[in-house]
Structures are given as C-alpha cells and as structure tokens.
Design a protein around this ligand. Sequence first.
Ligand code: GCB
Length: 578
Amino acid sequence: MTVDDPFAHLHDEDYAAAFSRGWAGADTLFDPAGRTGTSLDGEWTLTLDPYDEGLRQRWFELDDDPPERWTVPRDYDPAGGDRVPVPSCWNLLKPEWKHYEGAVWYARHFDHSGATPERRFILHFGAANYAARVFLNGRFVGAHRGGSTPFSLDATNALRPGANRLMVHVENRRRDDRVPMSHFDWFNYGGLHRGVTLFEFPQAHIRRFRIAWHDGAIRVVADCGGTSPRLRIPELGIDAILDGGRGVFAATPEFWSPDRPKLYDIELSLGPDICRERVGFRDVRVDGTRILLNGAPIRLKGACVHEDDVATGRCSDAADIARRLAHVKELGGNFLRLSHYPHDPRVARMADEAGVLLWAEIPVYWAIDFANAETYADAENQLRELIARDINRASVILWGVGNENADTDLRLSFMSRLAATAKRDDPTRLVSAACLVNRREFRIEDRLADALDVIGLNEYFGWYEPDIRDLKRLLANSTPDKPVIVSETGADAVAGLRANDGRLFTEDKQARFYADQVAALRGCDYVQGLAAWLLYDFRSERRQTRFQRGWNRKGLIAEDKATRKLAFGALRDAWRDW
Ligand code: GCB
C-alpha cells in the first residue's frame, strides 16, 4: 500500500506472487535427528480469509494494539481470532469450517531472549496443508508448498528479544496444478496439522545426515558445511571423526528385519551440536521377480492406510500410530503402504521399532498436470523432502512416485524423472508406483515399469470389475520381469451390514472378496506382495450413497479403529500360508 494511493491494496496487484518466490524445499530442510527445540504447539488463534485479503492488506504488518487504541478501522485482529490448538485440522474444529477450503491466518506469541550473531534459529514445520507463508514480527520469513512434508525456515534475522509474533497464512485450495490436484479420494483437511518447533544451533551444525548399510559397509554422509563431525556407534565399536562429513566403515551389524527389528544407538556430534538416533541396518534389493531383504526372499503382506481420524482428521498421535502397526501384525502382516502422501514422521520411527516394512509415497495421484514445469518442481520437491526426512529409517523400503496415472507420454517423462530423482537421492531403496494395466492387451504393462524396481498393481477384480476370474486371466497373460505387488485391492462394507446373498456393501461380500483375491494370487510366482485397500474407513466427499455418506467404506476395520469387519479375519486366515 502506498501513501499516495490508499486504495492500492484493492487493485489486483500480484500480491500472492510476492510471497511465493523461493519456496523453501528439500535443500534447506533441517532434520531434528533427536535434538529438542522449543515447541510452538499449543494455543494459536485462527481467522478465515477466503478472499486472501490478508496478503493484499498486509495484515502481518499490523501492530498488536487492542481495539480501544485503534485509530483507523481494521479488517483483522489476531487476538480476536478463534482460539485453536496446533497441530490440528481446522475442518474438525467448528461445524461451519468442515468444508472450508481456502486461506486462514494462524497467529501466536512466544517469548524469546533474541538472536545472537553466533547462533542460528530455525523454524521447523512438520507440515502445513497445502501452501504456507510465514511471517515473524511482521517480516516474511519464507513459504512452502506441498501439504505433507516438513520445511525449515531461517528465523535468525526476524527474531526479537521479548515477545515475538508468529503468523502463518495457510491455504488449502484444490487446484489442478497442485500435487495432488483438485480431484482425489480423501478429505482435503487444511491447517498446521503437524508440530511447529523453534530450534537453536551454533553456526557450525549438522543440517542432516544419512547413514545406511550399503554394498557391504556402513556409509555415512553428513551435511554440515564440510566440517568433520564425530560418529559413535558404541555397540559396533565405531568412534570416528568423519573427514569432511563422510565415512565408510567395515562392520558386521546384526541386520534389521520385521522378525528382529534390531536398532543401534548412534550419535553424530559437531562440537555442542549432538544428533542422537536409533538406526537399523538392512539390505533390500530386487533379484528377477523376487524382493530380497538381507539376501532372503520376502513377501509383503499388509494394508494401505490413510491418515484419518474421526476426531482429529490428519493429525496422528503416538497411540494412533501404535494401533495402526499393531493391527497390521494382528492381520498376520509385515507391511503398510502409507497412502497417498507422506505420513507423520513418527510412523517410520515406530515401524523401525515394531518391525513393519513401509511404502512411503507422494501424492502424484490420478490426473496431475504432467505438462506443467511448476507442478513437476512441486512434486519433485515433495519427494525429496520425504526422502530427506525418512532417509535413516530402516522400515522404509519403497518410495512410491505415483498412483494410478494413465500411461501417456507426458506422464511417462514426469514420473520417470521422479523415479530417477529417488534413485539419485537414495540408492539404498526400491522405487515403485501404483500402476494401471494395459486394458487392450489385458496384461500388466506400463511404460513406466522400466524406471521402477517393483511394479505396483492396483486392481479391484471382484468389486469395480465384478468378475474375479479376470484377475487370474490378467495374471496368466502377463510376464513381468520385475516383482509385482498388488498395491491396492478391496471392497466396501458397512460395519454391521450382513447378508449372505452377495449384496454389495455387506461385510459378507467384503470377506468373500478377500478370500477370492488370495486364492487368485496363489501360485502366481511374480506377485510378491498384497496391500489390502485398506486398514480403516476414511472420509471422502466423493462417496455419497446411503452406505457411504462421505466415507470410503473399504476399511477392514471401521472408522472407530476398533470394530473389525468380517474381512479382517477372512484375510488373516486366507493368507496365513501364502
Ligand atoms: C483406488 C485409489 C484409492 C481409492 C480406491 C477406492 O484405486 O488408488 O485412492 O480410494 O481406489 O476406494 O476406490
């Protein structure tokens, strides 16, 4: 706003672009790695801003004066906003916010002793769906896009001694150029749905590091500005200075596996900056159509799961995650596909402890704008942030680069580049995607398979395609030269709805479906896994019949995360000896 034109903010200047330059991304991501900061979770205020008025009017520059001291009228009053918890999804905080998709302003104060030249201060956000613009004491400190990955912003120059005001503009519009785009089968929760933390570091610190067993040795690379940190793994007798942040150690660790999820305490330190982690070492690779874990063939048995909760939406807590992992084990499984976006980082940590293998993915879902370079940049960044975040988690064995995307030239180029990026950033894991099949030839065939290690196959024979015999036909007609895992299959059932006559949406039909599925897969030697679609019923506004009313009902367990449907037991029994 200029003084000579007091109405400048009403003209359609490119206000959003001013706060969309230099998106924070994977290259600046900092990994807390066991260090504790100051949590900024707790009570914030929240104000809806459906017209993006706040960016136009620069609400972030307003002072905190109470109304009795205002000399001109205002359209925003942070202290007058609704009091809300962070993390949270706003949709579940007030009934009238349930379907709100747009911008909001979060605000809170916190006290601080202020920055000093020898210290760095990093604001770390677990995730904000979808775009976030962050202002500290009236200054723009950075922006991020992508609703499920973490980001870090340097707050050193904006911090003040005493009271600090932090404001975050979060906006979750569904748009065709986003990842996911405007059309997807889950609920579009908005908000700061993971924690916010302020970290303080000496100038020389460890931004992040990667440690893995690979090609016969433990290999470490630390991003710490070329300095030489100290690595300690007491149980393996390793205590060494990593020259320039790199090291290779001949060691014979006990391998991590679902049966024996052995983790080692490791410590990486640079002066007073100390990272502490528990890390498992293991080897995963593909040999022909087999998947080998620590040299032995392994079949992945488990389920997909959304991050969704009746009360908290996409926010998870440790008890919720522990229940998820326990349910997989109760099902007789060893595997979870974290659909369709990066889940809470505690999932992989707890899966490391519990011994559950994970497929982690980004929401390159259905009809992404594959021609759009900005969309690609966003997708690639989400992938790289996910990889950077979970790189030290033994449980994560597969990166998923997309789900059910039609086999076009543009998609092939977009997703091959993503697969190559995953390989470049992380040569120690497998890359997959949930593919469609060649309908004309009726076989498992996708040009993207050349860029993948494992072919994911989403199939609903016996449900959307009613004849289960077609699955056998498809399998018999296909000769993949890589392992295939059924990355989704399932049928809807309303918990408690019973009928023995094959009626859709009954528990009986869903149970029969899984028995038929496993029977059809038996004997097919290239299918190395099955992820049921899915563990729990979840919200989806695409689903509006009397059986659904806004819920996808394909859970083996109802949305209360307790009521097991018949299919739960049917699947557990059917694949016991598979
Ligand atoms: C699919 C999608 C998944 C849907 C599921 C369904 O193929 O990948 O996101 O929710 O089908 O329930 O139809």
